[in-house]
Every structure is written in structure tokens, then in C-alpha cells.
Design a protein around this ligand. Structure first.
Ligand SMILES: NC(=O)c1ccc[n+]([C@@H]2O[C@H](COP(=O)([O-])OP(=O)(O)OC[C@H]3O[C@@H](n4cnc5c(N)ncnc54)[C@H](O)[C@@H]3O)[C@@H](O)[C@H]2O)c1
Ligand SMILES: O=C(O)C[C@H](O)C(=O)O
Length: 332
């Protein structure tokens, strides 16, 4: 019997990530090749015409899995009945703007969208925040949607995770699909800590530690980390636009693994509400290694953290605490 369609909201759908993301969702990349979907696309009134153009293209693409499209600038209509919400819309930093100005705009967007989701989304709606500052936007959304369980609110660090896999695969000249269990700790910002201490590569001789195969701690503790941390900025420099296809693809990976589960023995990175694991302050949205099963994530426990890593976990937590304070100061 055919499955019932899942309603997927994409905010900021007329933007560049939205343009890459909606066809992926409509093709089954996010929820699987046998899962029909109804797309809800939200943008703001100045982008309404462009949003309608995206809707026209979705119709023209004749995606077999796409059972309906709602394209709207009305947040209530957009949120009504959605099972998955991918929050890409936000206010970008413009020339001459202070961090606080951008934070203030995004805090007010995420506060009002939190209320709309809380009131109108389907029960058990899973939320992924992509728009920057992703962790703190997700935290604001959580705070202003108290009836949405905290386990249902996350932010995207899978792009950083995938970037780390990509760097290791290039360095070792191995297939990216043979590399696993890197970790992104912390903020989706340049303080994030890409950690390879538990990462492995599948080789003809069995699984080997990435550290052993790379055999260059100076590179792993230096250039590798900064390359992943700075990759977003490098893409902006090269394209004059921020990453879009890789961000859209990572958003699909994030939701797919969350809903359908991570493969046995493999973890991924997700920004989730900290419960104090690994001595990360509780009450931040912080990126951890997680396993997913039956539609729920669980933080991987018991990994050893050396002194080098500890400092990096703490540094990115400090930045998130500062962002949290800044966000709250914008609310008052
Ligand atoms: N977490 C990540 O890994 C990651 C990666 C890349 C980009 N990003 C972030 O994702 C966001 C989107 O990037 P983009 O390149 O698509 O930007 P974009 O400017 O092309 O698109 C953003 C869209 O959001 C819309 N928008 C603005 N306010 C809105 C609101 N209140 N409600 C609904 N829509 C609204 C805009 O009209 C625009 O169409 C940015 O914040 C970017 O920094 C995050
Ligand atoms: O939009 C940005 O600042 C960069 C983006 O978050 C990215 O990681 O590519």
C-alpha cells in the first residue's frame, strides 16, 4: 500500500539553498524513494514572485513523489500540519552590520516562527534549523516553542561533518563512503572542533584508524581542522555566495538519518540540546556525535576526550554561551 505523504516545510524556499533543496526532497533524497511528500514553502513578501517561480518549476519537473505544493508568505499556512520543518529562512549579515544587529533580526524571526510551529505543526514535528547563527536560532526556537519536545529540535552541522569526511578522503585517496565516525563538536562557526580521534576507514585489511593511516598529527591537529572550520568562508570567497548545494544535501542527510536511522556502528553529527554530556554546559544547542534509531537521536557516550580536544570542546561551548547571552539581550 502506498504511504501517506509527509508534509515538509522549507522556510526561505526562494533563496539559494531552498532552490537546491526542494527538488532533492521532491525526488526522495531526504525521506526515501517510496515516500510521497507535500512541500510547504515559506518566504517573505518581497520574494513572493520568485517563490511562485520555484513552485512553477516543481510542477514542471513532474516529480512522481510530489503530491502537492503550498507556496506562501503566510507563516501559519506554511506551518500547518507539517511533519518536518527545515528552517533555512533568515536575515543575512549585510555590509556595516554588527553581529548584534543580525542576531536581533534572527531572534525575532525564530521567536515568531517557533510560535507558529508550536500551534500549527503536526504532533511530533521534527525541526532542523539551517539559517545562521544555526545553533542559537535553534535554541531560540526551542525556548519559544515549549510544547515541542527538545529532542525534536536540532541544527545543521552535518555539512561540517561531511566536509571533514571529504578532507580525509582526499588526503588518503580513499572513497568518502569508506570513511566514518568523524565528529563535529560545538557551534556551526569557525570555533567548531572537527575531531578525527575515533574516525576510521574501511580498507581491504579491515577498519583502520584515520590517525594511523594519515600518520601526520601536525596536519590533523592543524590544517585539517582550520580547513573544515573555514570551509564556509572559502566557498563564499570562491562563489561570492555561500554554500548551497552541499548545505541542501547535508540537510537531506541530517533528516534522512534522523528519520530512517544511522547504519549500525556509524554515528553522525547533529546540533542538539545539550544534556551535559561530555561536560558541555546543559542548555546549549551543541553539535555532538549521535546515533539515530526509530526516529530518535542519542548522543554517543563514553568516547575518550584528550587534553587537546577538551580545550577545543570548551572553547566552542564558550562561544555558544556568549551567543546565547547576546540572543537573550536582544529579546529584552
Ligand atoms: N548550517 C549550515 O551548514 C549552513 C550552510 C550554508 C548556509 N547556511 C545559512 O542558511 C541561510 C540561508 O542561506 P541561503 O544561501 O539560502 O540564503 P538566501 O539569502 O539565498 O535565502 C534566504 C531566504 O530566506 C528568506 N527569508 C528571510 N527572512 C525570512 C523569514 N522571516 N521567513 C521566511 N523566509 C525568510 C529570504 O527572502 C531568502 O529567500 C543563511 O543564514 C546561511 O548563512 C547555513
Ligand atoms: O553562510 C555562511 O556564513 C557559511 C555557511 O554557514 C557555511 O558553512 O557554508
Amino acid at each position: 500500500m502506498a504511504k501517506d505523504p509527509v508534509r515538509v516545510l522549507v522556510t526561505g524556499a526562494a533563496g539559494q539553498i531552498g532552490y537546491a533543496l526542494v527538488p532533492m526532497i521532491a525526488r526522495g533524497v531526504m525521506l526515501g524513494p517510496d515516500q510521497p511528500v507535500i512541500l510547504h514553502m515559506l518566504d517573505i513578501p518581497p520574494a513572493a514572485e520568485s517563490l511562485n517561480g520555484v513552485k512553477m518549476e516543481l510542477v514542471d519537473a513532474a516529480f512522481p513523489l510530489l503530491k502537492g505544493v503550498v507556496a506562501t508568505t503566510d507563516v501559519v499556512e506554511a506551518c500547518t500540519g507539517v511533519n518536518i520543518a527545515v528552517m533555512v529562512g533568515g536575515f543575512p549579515r549585510k555590509e556595516g552590520m554588527e553581529r548584534k544587529d543580525v542576531m536581533s533580526k534572527n531572534v525575532s524571526i525564530y521567536k515568531s516562527q517557533a510560535s507558529a510551529l508550536e500551534k500549527h505543526a503536526a504532533a511530533n514535528c521534527k525541526v532542523l534549523v539551517v539559517a545562521n547563527p544555526a545553533n542559537t536560532n535553534a535554541l531560540i526556537l526551542k525556548e519559544f516553542a515549549p510544547s515541542i519536545p527538545e529532542k525534536n529540535i536540532s541544527c545543521l552541522t552535518r555539512l561540517d561533518h561531511n566536509r571533514a569526511l571529504g578532507q580525509i578522503s582526499e588526503r588518503l585517496n580513499v572513497q568518502v563512503s569508506d570513511v566514518k565516525n568523524v565528529i563535529i563538536w560545538g557551534n556551526h562557526s569557525s570555533t567548531q572542533y572537527p575531531d578525527v580521534n575515533h574516525a576510521t576507514v574501511r580498507t581491504p585489511a579491515g577498519e583502520k584508524a584515520v590517525r594511523e593511516l594519515v600518520a601526520d598529527d601536525a596536519w590533523l591537529n592543524g590544517e585539517f581542522i582550520t580547513t573544515v572550520q573555514q570551509r564556509g568562508a572559502a566557498i563564499i570567497k570562491a562563489r561570492k555566495l555561500s554554500s548551497a548545494l552541499s548545505a541542501a544535501s547535508a540537510a537531506c542527510d541530517h533528516i534522512r538519518d534522523w528519520v530512517l536511522g544511522t547504519p549500525e556502528g556509524t554515528w553522525v553529527s547533529m546540533g542538539v540540546y545539550s544534556d551535559g554530556s561530555y561536560n558541555v554546559p546543559a542548555g546549549l544547542i551543541y553539535s555532538f556525535p549521535v546515533y539515530c534509531q526509530n526516529g530518535e537521536w542519542k548522543i554517543v557516550q563514553g568516547l575518550s576526550i584528550d587534553e587537546f580536544s577538551r580545550k577545543k570542546l570548551d572553547l566552542t561551548a564558550e562561544e555558544l554561551s556568549e551567543e546565547k547571552a547576546l540572543a537573550y539581550s536582544c529579546l529584552s
